[in-house]
Design a protein around this ligand. Structure first.
Ligand SMILES: Nc1ncnc2c1ncn2[C@@H]1O[C@H](COP(=O)(O)OP(=O)(O)OP(=O)(O)O)[C@@H](O)[C@H]1O
Length: 246
């Protein structure tokens, strides 16, 4: 049985290479405990998205071991990996990635259908209510603002109650107010539902909502601040790292 001592996600000496020239992840060790919110930061090209994709099982590591919710990914067939991802992992992207032809409600139901689960009565409505979109359930993405679309995407990612939610620049395309609302929802997933959030961001204000900030440079973890860490301190750290890797 999984307990709180089991990390939601663990990476041990994870390496990912692209061709013979690029080592995007260089033997990374990282552990994301249950019910924690981690921001992943670092200069452009430092490996943040690659880390997220490998940790979420969207991409295979070339070396090392990734464990999601107690299950090592190595040795899983593509089918078993997809099944694990569908039940234990949620993903939110900068560009929302909703299906344009489907309503908000239909977008939110989709992961349950993919996982072969019949939605419990009221579950999708409750999820939409949680993100404040009850009155937009029948709207298509083109009829929603960016902030509303991202809230649908969060409802879609959380509807299966995954152990871990990965978010790649979830506030990158939003104004400050919509961004703050998205961060509040991610925080609630951690505080209220004991889910684990791992979020890539360039924004120190967004990162300040996390419990911990992991800094990458050249495919390695170079700093690990546990919080609460203020936006100003994060901004200073970011500037220093960018200067050092220029
Ligand atoms: N599909 C790919 N093929 C080849 N190289 C890649 C590929 N994806 C990423 N890379 C390289 O791997 C390194 C890490 O890329 P990654 O996208 O993880 O960085 P990042 O920190 O997320 O950057 P950004 O902040 O600019 O999004 C970079 O040098 C990048 O050019």
């Amino acid at each position: 049985m999984e307990t709180d001592a089991t990390a939601a996600v663990e990476l041990r000496a994870v390496t990912k290479r692209y061709g013979s020239m690029v080592t995007a992840l260089d033997a990374i060790d990282a552990r994301f405990a249950r019910a924690t919110f981690t921001a992943v930061m670092g200069p452009s090209g430092s490996g943040k998205s690659t880390l997220l994709h490998c940790a979420a099982g969207l991409d295979r590591a070339d070396g090392g071991e990734v464990t999601i919710d107690g299950t090592p990914l190595r040795g899983l067939s593509e089918r078993a990996l997809t099944r694990l991802r569908r039940s234990r992992v949620g993903f939110v992207f900068q560009a929302f990635n909703l299906i344009p032809a489907l309503t908000a409600e239909q977008n939110v139901v989709l992961p349950l259908r993919f996982a072969g689960r019949r939605p419990e009565p009221g579950a999708v409505a409750a999820m939409l209510a949680e993100v404040g979109l009850t009155d937009r359930a029948g709207h298509r993405p083109s009829e929603l603002s960016g902030g509303q679309q991202q809230r649908v995407a969060i409802a879609r990612a959380l509807v299966t109650r995954p152990a871990v939610l990965f978010a790649d620049e979830p506030t990158g395309a939003l104004d400050a107010r919509s961004g703050a609302e998205v961060l509040r929802l991610l925080r609630a997933a951690v505080d209220r539902h004991r889910q684990t959030v791992v979020m890539v961001t360039h924004d120190p204000v967004a990162a300040a909502h996390a419990d911990r900030v992991l800094f990458l440079a050249d495919g390695r973890v170079v700093d690990d601040l546990t919080g609460p860490v203020g936006a100003e301190k994060i901004a200073v750290h970011t500037a220093r790292l960018e200067e050092a890797t220029r």
